[in-house]
Design a protein. Sequence first.
Length: 116
Amino acid sequence: MCKKMKSDIVIGNFLIEEICKTENVTNDFIKLPLKKLTIFDKNLNNKLKEKENACTSFSISQIVDFENTYKSLDIHRENGNIIINPNVSLDCLHQYFRIGLSTNAIDCIKSAALIS
């Protein structure tokens, strides 16, 4: 039986990696296609299976739960995209979604983000 990474951890780490890739963030909201999240999950799942004997339990339908649980982050869906307020703190995202993850799991996340 493999360990599972919950959907909110997958989504949160996807947001961290994508915000880090975004250069010169202005006052405009950041738009990320939901399809990119599903690709990230697939890549992450493969990396975790390979290196950690783990998998993701991500489901696109859990975006709604994520929005409701983390309302303070001001993240929502619109027309097939995830919309992120540019004022969302990376420190806050790290506290919610990175603290407690193993170094190997974080390496898998970073690797999955590079090929997404």
